[in-house]
Design a binder for this molecule. Structure first.
Ligand code: 5GP
Ligand code: MN
Length: 338
């Protein structure tokens, strides 16, 4: 990050600070935001965390999660916090449209804005950028940020637990985006007192019965495998959401099951939401789903995990996706999984 000294100076006296992450927040969005929250509160700042929409129940145990202000529930309070903030941290997203109306609120504000993120192609809407697309997670970058500010040794256990949560969720429990650097950081987190077994239990063993049944339904009834494209698709309609009494955040993780098939290179999960159709993409090897999300579904993300959306019906979105597939046939067949 350029101007680290300037940033240090800026944070050397107590400030009013807002931390914002993306809609439909995942473990990394919540973990990185709360880690930074604990760090900054510990240094005397007045801090608020803002999310555009609700977080999944799997994270209810996280320290101070109840203090997060959700735009969907309290838009006026969010506006007030943003307008009062002298510094705004933007975490785990790289373009303002990922934070819905909150983006429109902060865009014209003259407060200092700082981006910490690991997604490809960050847009420049902040004064400072800490962007590293090789990082496993934004939480890993928050760890590095605290380190570069010279405060790693005094990191609180709460901050360390939040960072661990972001790392373990964004790496799919240390399956992807790992590096020697990441494992060193995780070792340091454990030395700080993080109980990794307890946290993994809290995060991953918290499904409700209906969610596990939905997973079974998806795999048995909704899985479509297209061997010629080494692609698998699962779709869920509005009626499915009603039948299983499920809301959006409760389908987390289903997309990853398709990659368990030996010959599948791309997994696609397409779901009908109240106003949009959401598409989640995962891939193996060097096949980039980020490009498909960006070019055809107004989205983005990472090479092996990306997402987007369409303002069409579920059927039309699936049809469109299948129309796009042939141009990737060669690339999909060329992926070497050995
Ligand atoms: P998921 O499929 O779990 O929703 O998202 C996977 C990855 O794709 C995440 O890194 C997320 O940030 C990115 N992503 C998902 N949906 C969108 C979207 O609508 N726009 C953009 N730019 N990125 C998305
Ligand atoms: Mn992330």
């Amino acid at each position: 990050m350029k101007n680290l000294h300037e940033l240090k100076r800026l944070l050397s006296a107590p400030k009013d600070i807002a931390i914002i992450s993306h809609r439909n927040p995942d473990g990394d969005a919540i973990g990185s935001s709360l880690a930074l929250y604990h760090y900054l509160c510990g240094h005397g700042h007045a801090v608020h965390v803002i999310l555009p929409s609700e977080y999944p129940d799997a994270f209810l145990w996280m320290p101070d999660i109840a203090r997060i202000v959700i735009y969907d529930n309290d838009p006026e309070h969010v506006k007030e916090i943003c307008e009062r903030a002298e510094i705004i941290f933007c975490l785990d997203f790289n373009s303002l449209d990922r934070i819905d109306k909150v983006g429109e609120i902060i865009q014209p504000l003259r407060s200092k804005k700082i981006l910490i993120d690991h997604h490809l192609h960050p847009e420049s809407f902040t004064d400072y950028i800490l962007s590293d697309t090789s990082a496993s997670s934004t939480s890993e970058l928050v760890f590095e940020f605290i380190d570069r500010m010279g405060h790693k040794a005094s990191m609180s256990l709460h901050a360390a637990e939040c960072i661990y949560t972001g790392i373990v969720t964004d790496t799919g429990s240390f399956k992807y985006s790992t590096s020697a650097r990441l494992f060193r950081i995780v070792a340091e987190l454990l030395e700080m007192g993080v109980d990794d077994y307890r946290l993994q239990d809290l995060i991953f063993n918290s499904l409700e019965e209906k969610q596990l049944r939905l997973l079974g339904y998806c795999l048995y009834n909704r899985l479509e495998v297209l061997p010629e494209y080494r692609t698998a698709i699962i779709t869920l309609s509005k009626e499915d959401y009603e039948t299983f009494d499920i809301v959006r955040g409760e389908t987390e993780g289903i997309v990853n099951y398709m990659l368990k098939l030996r010959n599948v290179v791309m997994g696609v999960f397409i779901t009908e939401q109240p106003t949009i159709v959401k598409i989640s993409l995962r891939s193996k090897g060097d096949f980039s789903v980020q490009e498909i999300a960006r070019q055809y579904f107004k989205g983005g993300g990472h090479r092996n995990a990306a997402g987007g959306f369409a303002f069409q019906s579920l059927k039309a979105t699936v049809r469109r996706f299948k129309e796009v597939l042939p141009q990737y046939k060669e690339a999909l067949q060329a992926v070497n999984l050995c």
